[in-house]
Design a protein around this ligand. Structure first.
Ligand code: GPV
Length: 826
């Protein structure tokens, strides 16, 4: 069924831009700066958005659909301007209108700072999910924090990462709406006063607390072509009242100042850790802050048109994006009991039916555990409730298992209790306090069930389910790669925009010579576009005809950028010692931010840059390899990079990468994966076929066996494999730095136990040779033009499963049970 596209009034848009430039800046178009023109255009688009936004809200008020609240500390939205235009089906008319005003749409887009309220995959997943929720026509709120400073900007100075504050709000955000009328109060600290009220009810009242005002800012999330606009609601903190003289007199001066300080610190900055907790008090405050405000709002919204709070779950579902928002379980209990006087049992029934939890990692350093004394001091009432949840749960464990032959009840309690060893275990609270626990790829979910969360799975198997991640093709194909998007549409029509399984139809073209040539020509153009970006930003000239081999993602030891660069070092040596050997030219492209305090990660960035410096300037290499580290990897340049990738590096130690989503974005754009059988790679290979991917390395089973038995000895490999030895020795022989000791810590991590970690924790040496072999196969395959074109095309053709539309529909069908909104698209 062909749907009518949304209407967009081009002339109105043009007039609106001129008008906005005038009223916002008292300028003519000629006088306005590029930033001012961007702002004027963005406000003109917001105008169109607001109409759809109001229609959506009205439809929701009338139809009373169930609403999902996607609770997340991170939303890595990326730029809104171009994406909003695409989803409004207004990109082309706006491009024309800007043309007619003498402006280039790309340059206008470049004026927008990346909203980077997230670290990496977890935050970007949240953004893709919102896009899909709106596109599928479900009523949804993203709930998060309006950090004043998002993910830091990365500068590379002398090869080292330097963190620079991300001042994304400097010029204001034209798309946001401040909703001060919806402000909420959030309380911290103090103590709980317990007493009996006039009706004989036991009342728990928090007293002596500090309070801040949570003020929401709404950002529109536009569905593709359907007139639905959902909302990303991010909270800012403000002091509750201005400084008052009488509080000075009452001796409350100190407290007034503290409250102001708290408000000003709360939403200052995103914690820049990925897959790792810092365990800082302010982080817990951030968590409770946005959760309390969001849960209060959700409950009030429900009560606007319902009177039985016991049925909240019929219209409301909270999806907790990892454990960061897990205080929602206790906060909802608190509100239901303390504000609406539900009994414990009734409140528990509502809470567990409302909450759901997604796990995103098995890395132990990412599992949130809060010290009890900190938790109790900061959230005294919430702690009481967690304590009681724990008491009842431990009871339940005992009832379930005591008397069962061969079961050690104490061991069960040790592994499952929410409070243990003076810690609050947030994952346990999330599992117990909800009705759904999901992993983010098949393999990951199996590992959760069979290993990490085995005891929970055995006790409550019905809660566990898998939701393999996905990505939005609107941003990562339509916006990132317009040439390929148009080509796909020309071949199979445009249904793929909202139904990615249609890509399957491209299989008819994989052996078609003309289609292959067109496909590879588009890839070449995208490589030229990236080569220009690299020349401009790195001052390095790369050959668009070389293989673009790409590893872009957060810098983490388990993702093994070190394995990648070690093989580059090895090949450098190989080419130098065999100058006449055939070698297909290759450009190694890296992009990665390291958490500010993660020394090994930072040193790996320095190593990549040092290797780049030496190789790119060595005349002996004759340009056969180039190494590029792209500064400040973020959503906007990721779009250029994905479109230009030939080879997608997905080389995590098997079992460590829960899913990965960059793997899907590159597959969509016709890159071929070189990777381990980890995370969603397993499912990618399953879709595209083993012959269209390059798989190497230990399996997750093998990794877990070694970990269990402690019988891996990298030194044996170092001593017996001359290639490995060569690569490692180059870390400390001065090839890449005058100071031979500079990279010694990396060398040591690979060969010795360091600070309680096993030598080569991530099995780099073990996988080195099979990785080299896989790379060799890639070069051979690429040299065969037709073979490569077919493989690349197959990757695009087989990516249908990896749309976040599919993931969201699975959440809806199996967990959330939402109703579709009926919006008259205009
Ligand atoms: I936990 N992930 C992330 O980006 N940050 C985190 O703090 C945690 C997990 C990632 C996983 O590492 C990826 O494998 C996964 O694809 C992504 O979350 C989305 O599920």
């Amino acid at each position: 069924m062909k749907k009518k596209p949304l209407s967009f009034d081009k002339d109105l848009f043009k007039r609106s831009v001129l008008y906005n430039v005038k009223t916002l800046y008292r300028k003519t178009m000629e006088e306005a700066t590029p930033q001012e023109i961007y702002q004027a255009a963005a406000y003109a688009i917001k105008d169109a958005i607001v109409d759809h936004w109001m229609t959506t809200q009205k439809a929701a008020a009338e139809q009373d659909p169930k609403i999902v609240y996607y609770m997340s500390m991170e939303f890595l939205m990326g730029r809104a301007f171009g994406n909003n235009l695409i989803n409004l089906q207004a990109y082309k008319p706006v491009k024309e209108a800007l043309d007619e005003l003498g402006l280039d749409v790309n340059l206008v887009e470049d004026q927008e700072p990346d909203p980077a309220l997230g670290n990496g995959g977890l935050g970007r997943l949240a953004a893709c999910f919102l896009d899909s929720l709106a596109t599928l026509g479900y009523m949804a709120y993203g709930c998060g924090i309006r950090y004043k400073y998002g993910m830091f900007r990365q500068q590379i100075k002398d090869g080292y990462q330097v963190e620079v504050p991300d001042t994304w709000l400097e010029n204001g955000n034209p798309f946001e709406l401040r909703r001060s009328e919806l402000a909420k109060e959030v309380k911290f600290g103090g103590y709980v006063n317990m007493f009996t009220d006039e009706y004989g009810r036991t009342i728990f009242r928090q007293e002596g607390y500090q309070v801040v005002r949570a003020v929401p800012y709404d950002l529109p999330v536009i569905g593709y072509g359907n007139g639905v606009v959902d909302t990303l609601r991010i909270w800012d903190a403000e002091p509750i009242q201005c400084f008052q003289l009488d509080s000075f007199d009452k001796g409350d001066y100190q407290k007034a100042v503290e409250q102001e300080n708290l408000a000003s610190q709360l939403c200052e900055v995103l914690y820049p850790n990925d897959n790792h907790i810092a365990g800082k008090e302010l982080r817990l405050k951030q968590q409770y802050f946005f959760i309390s405000a969001s849960v209060q709002t959700a409950v009030q919204r429900y009560l606007r048109n319902h009177d039985d709070i016991r049925k909240l779950y019929e219209k409301t579902v909270f999806q907790l994006n990892d454990t960061h928002p897990t205080v929602a379980v206790a906060e909802l209990m608190r509100i239901l009991m303390d504000d609406y006087y539900l009994s414990w049992d009734d409140a528990w029934d509502v809470t567990t039916k409302t909450c759901c939890y997604t796990n995103h990692t098995i890395m132990s350093e990412a599992l949130e555990k809060w010290p009890v004394d900190l938790f109790q001091r900061l959230l005294p009432r919430i702690y009481q409730i967690v304590d009681e949840i724990n008491r009842r749960f431990v009871d339940q464990i005992m009832r379930t298992y005591s008397g069962s032959a061969g079961i050690d009840v104490q061991a069960k309690i040790r592994s499952m209790a929410i409070l243990y060893d003076n810690q609050v275990k947030m994952a346990h609270l999330a599992i117990v306090g909800g009705h759904s626990v999901n992993g983010v790829a098949k393999l990951h979910t199996e590992i959760l069930k069979q290993r990490e969360l085995k005891d929970f799975y055995e006790m409550m198997p019905e809660k566990f389910n898998n939701k393999t991640n996905g990505i939005t093709q609107r941003r990562f194909l339509m916006h990132a790669n317009p040439l390929l998007a148009d080509w796909v549409t020309e071949k199979i029509g445009d249904d793929w925009i909202t139904d990615l399984s249609q890509m399957d139809k491209l299989k008819d073209f994989v052996n078609d010579k003309k289609a292959q040539a067109e496909f590879m020509d588009i890839k070449l153009k995208n490589k030229q576009r990236l080569a220009e970006y690299i020349l401009e930003h790195n001052g390095v000239k790369v050959d668009p005809k070389s293989i673009f081999d790409v590893q872009v993602k957060r810098l983490h030891e388990y993702k093994r950028q070190l394995l990648n660069i070690l093989t580059v070092m090895y090949k450098y040596h190989d080419i130098k010692s065999h100058p006449n050997k055939d070698f297909y030219p290759k450009t190694y492209i890296f992009g990665a931010k390291a958490a500010a305090g993660y020394l090994t990660a930072k040193l790996t960035i320095k190593l990549i840059n040092s290797v780049a410096e030496v190789i790119n300037n060595d005349p002996d290499i004759k340009g056969k390899i180039k190494v590029v580290f792209i500064e400040d990897y973020r959503v906007s340049n990721a779009e250029l990079i994905f479109a230009a990738a030939d080879v997608s590096e997905q080389i995590s130690t098997a079992s460590k990468e829960a899913s990965g989503t960059g793997n899907m974005k590159m597959m969509l754009n016709g890159a071929v994966t070189i990777g381990t059988m980890d995370g969603a790679n397993v499912e990618i290979v399953n879709e595209v076929g083993e012959e269209n991917a390059f798989i190497f390395g230990l399996s997750s089973q093998e990794v877990m066996e070694y970990e269990k038995n402690g019988n891996y000895n990298p030194m044996d490999i170092y001593n017996s494999d001359p290639n490995v030895k060569k690569a490692l020795d180059m870390l400390v022989d001065g090839t890449f730095s005058k100071d031979k000791e500079l990279f010694r810590p990396l060398y040591n991590c690979l060969l010795n136990k360091v600070g309680g970690n096993r030598a080569d924790q991530y099995f780099i040496l073990k996988d080195f040779e099979s990785y080299l072999e896989a790379q060799k196969k890639i070069s051979d395959a690429y040299a065969d033009k037709k073979r490569w074109a077919k493989m690349a095309l197959m990757n695009t053709a087989c990516c249908g499963k990896f749309s976040s539309d599919r993931t969201i529909q699975e959440y809806v069908d199996e967990v959330w049970h939402l109703d579709k909104l009926n919006v008259e698209a205009k």
